[in-house]
Design a protein around this ligand. Structure first.
Ligand code: ATP
Ligand code: MG
Length: 492
C-alpha cells in the first residue's frame, strides 16, 4: 500500500523510530500498571481466603468436625459470598461438605497454597457444569479430615483477559497510526523535495530559467527555495554572460585571424616583390598585436572580476596617477586635434587600490575620448577633453568628458558590456573591451563607473571610496569644482 520510496525515506524511518521509542515507553508504563493490579487482586483474594479460614477454624475449635462441616454447608449456600469455594473430605478423600465436586489433584506449595481446576456441583446446589480455575489453601485436620478453602478465579481471569485484549488492540492501533503518520509526514516532505529535484533536472536538461516553486508559507522549504532560486538566478546570469563573451570572442577573433592567414598565404606568391612581402608581414604583425591586446584586456577583466588584486591593494594617490596618464595622452590628443584640460586638486587624493589597474582604467577613458570625441565635433571649435578629479563625501571621483557625438539610449546602457561597440558594423578599430575593463576595475575598488550624455559628448566618471586610514587632511578635497571635502570627508 505504501510506495517503496516512502518507506525508504529518512523522514519515514525517523518518525517510525520516534513512534517506536514512544510506544516502548507507553507499553512499559501500561504493563507495570497491569501487573501490579493483577498482583493487588491476587493479594485481595488471598486475604479473603485467610479471613474465611480464620472463621472456620473458630467453628472447628468450638464445635469440632461436625461444627466445621455444618459451617461449610451453611456458607456454601450463602449468596453473599460470591466465588467462595469450600470442601471438606474424609481421610479417603470422600466429599463430606462443600460446593465443588472433588478434592483437587494439584499439589499445594510449602505454604499450602494451590491453584487448581474445579468443577461445581456440590451437595447444596450449583450446576454440575460449572468449571474453572481457583486459588485456595489446604489443611489437614486432626482425625484425617481435609479442608479446602478457595476462591473462584474466573471473574478475575475474565477481567485480565479483557485488559490484555484491549492492550493488544491499542498496540495495533498505535502501530497503524505511527505508520500512517510517518507515511503522511514523509509524503509531505518528499513532495517538496521532489519539486526541487524536478527543477534541478529541468535546469540540467537546459532550461536555465526554471526556478524552484515556493508555497508562500515562509517555512524552511520556502527559505531553501529562495536561496536556491537566488543562486540559480546568479548562475544563469553568469552563464549567459559567459556564453555571450565566448560567442563574441569567437566572432571577433575570426576576422583578424582570417586576415592574418590571407596575408601569410599571399606571401607565398613567387611574384611578390620584397617590399610587398615586407608590407604584408607588417600588416600581419599589426593584426597579431591587436589580437594580443584583446587577449590581455580579457585577462585583465577576468583578473579584476576575480577580486584577486584586492590582496595587494596599497594607498594610491589619484592626483599623481592622473597627471601621469594625462602626460602620456596629451600628445595623442594634440595629434587628434584636441586639447586636454586638466582640473586636478592641489592636494593628494588617496585611495586604496591597484595602481596599474587604475592607470589602465583612466587611460581607456582618455583613449575613447580621443578616438570618438576629438575629431568628430564641430571642426571650427577646438575639441576640448576635460580630465577632472574631485572628492564628494567619502568618495574620490575622476571624470573624462569629451565634446564628440556621445552616446545615448541603448548604446549608453550597453557601452560597458564586453565586446559592445556602438558602431554596429564593427568597423572601428576597438575591440569593445575598454569600458568593460574600466567597469571591472571600478567594481574591484568597491566603486562604480557612470556614463552620462553630456550634450555634447560623453561624461565618464569613476567613483572610488577614499582611503580612510590617513589623517583627514588627505581625504579633504580642494578641487575648485565643487564644495567637496567639506562635509563627511573622513573620520576626523
Ligand atoms: N567618448 C565616447 N564617445 C562616443 N562613443 C563612445 C565613447 N566611448 C566609447 N564609446 C562607444 O562605446 C563603445 C565601447 O567602448 P569601449 O572602450 O568599451 O570599446 P572600444 O573603444 O570599441 O574598444 P577598446 O577600448 O577595447 O579598444 C565604443 O565602441 C564606442 O562606440
Ligand atoms: Mg575604447
Amino acid at each position: 500500500m505504501f510506495p517503496i520510496r516512502l518507506i525508504r525515506s529518512r523522514v519515514f524511518q525517523l518518525s517510525l523510530l520516534a513512534s517506536a521509542i514512544f510506544g516502548i515507553a507507553a507499553v512499559a508504563v501500561v504493563a507495570t500498571l497491569y501487573f501490579s493490579s493483577v498482583e493487588a487482586v491476587t493479594r485481595q483474594v488471598e486475604a479473603t481466603i485467610d479471613a474465611e479460614i480464620k472463621g472456620l477454624s473458630e467453628q472447628y475449635r468450638q464445635f469440632g468436625p461436625v461444627g466445621l462441616i455444618r459451617a461449610v454447608e451453611r456458607r456454601s449456600r450463602q449468596r453473599s459470598r460470591p466465588g467462595a469455594i469450600y470442601l471438606v473430605v474424609d481421610p479417603g478423600f470422600k466429599r463430606l461438605a462443600g460446593n465443588i465436586a472433588a478434592w483437587p489433584k494439584e499439589e499445594p506449595d510449602a505454604r499450602r497454597w494451590v491453584t487448581f481446576a474445579f468443577r461445581g456441583g456440590g451437595a447444596a446446589d450449583g450446576p454440575a457444569a460449572v468449571k474453572g480455575e481457583a486459588r485456595g489453601r489446604m489443611f489437614r485436620l486432626p482425625g484425617g479430615f481435609f479442608l479446602l478453602v478457595g476462591h473462584d478465579l474466573r471473574e478475575q481471569q475474565r477481567v485480565t483477559a479483557r485488559t490484555r485484549e484491549t492492550l493488544i488492540l491499542a498496540g495495533i492501533v498505535a502501530i497503524l497510526f505511527a505508520v500512517a503518520s510517518g507515511g503522511l509526514l514523509s509524503w509531505l516532505v518528499l513532495r517538496r523535495i521532489d519539486s526541487i529535484n524536478r527543477t534541478s533536472r529541468e535546469i540540467m536538461a537546459g532550461d536555465l530559467a526554471r526556478r524552484v516553486p515556493e508555497t508562500g508559507r515562509g517555512d524552511e522549504f520556502d527559505r531553501l527555495a529562495q536561496s536556491l532560486n537566488a543562486m540559480l538566478a546568479q548562475n544563469e546570469k553568469l552563464f549567459l554572460g559567459m556564453r555571450e563573451v565566448s560567442e563574441n570572442l569567437a566572432h571577433d577573433l575570426r576576422s583578424p585571424l582570417g586576415r592574418i592567414r590571407q596575408r601569410l598565404e599571399r606571401q607565398l606568391s613567387p611574384s611578390l616583390s620584397e617590399s610587398g612581402r615586407k608590407a604584408l608581414t607588417e600588416e600581419a604583425l599589426a593584426e597579431t598585436d591587436r589580437l594580443l591586446s584583446t587577449f590581455s584586456a580579457i585577462l585583465s577583466i577576468a583578473q579584476a572580476d576575480s577580486g584577486g588584486p584586492k590582496r595587494s591593494f596599497e594607498p594610491v594617490d589619484l592626483r599623481t596617477l592622473l597627471q601621469d596618464v594625462a602626460d602620456l595622452y596629451e600628445p595623442l590628443a594634440e595629434d587628434a586635434g584636441a586639447t586636454l584640460a586638466r582640473a586636478l586638486p592641489d592636494r593628494p587624493v588617496t585611495v586604496q587600490g591597484n595602481r596599474d589597474m587604475l592607470f589602465q582604467a583612466c587611460a581607456n577613458l582618455l583613449d575613447n575620448a580621443i578616438e570618438y570625441g576629438a575629431g568628430a565635433g564641430d571642426p571650427a571649435q577646438t575639441a576640448v577633453i576635460d580630465l577632472d578629479l574631485d572628492t564628494a563625501g567619502e568618495f574620490a571621483r575622476f571624470t573624462v568628458r569629451d565634446r564628440g557625438p556621445g552616446l545615448d539610449g541603448e548604446a549608453l546602457e550597453r557601452a560597458r558590456e564586453r565586446f559592445y561597440r556602438a558602431d554596429p558594423s564593427r568597423t572601428t578599430g576597438g575591440s569593445g573591451l575598454g569600458l568593460a575593463l574600466v567597469d571591472a576595475v571600478a567594481r574591484l575598488h568597491d566603486g562604480a563607473l557612470t556614463l552620462a550624455a553630456a550634450g555634447p559628448g560623453l561624461r565618464a566618471a569613476v567613483q572610488i571610496p577614499l582611503d580612510k586610514r590617513p589623517p583627514a587632511q588627505e581625504t579633504a578635497g580642494g578641487t575648485g569644482h565643487e564644495a567637496a571635502g567639506a562635509a563627511g570627508a573622513g573620520p576626523g
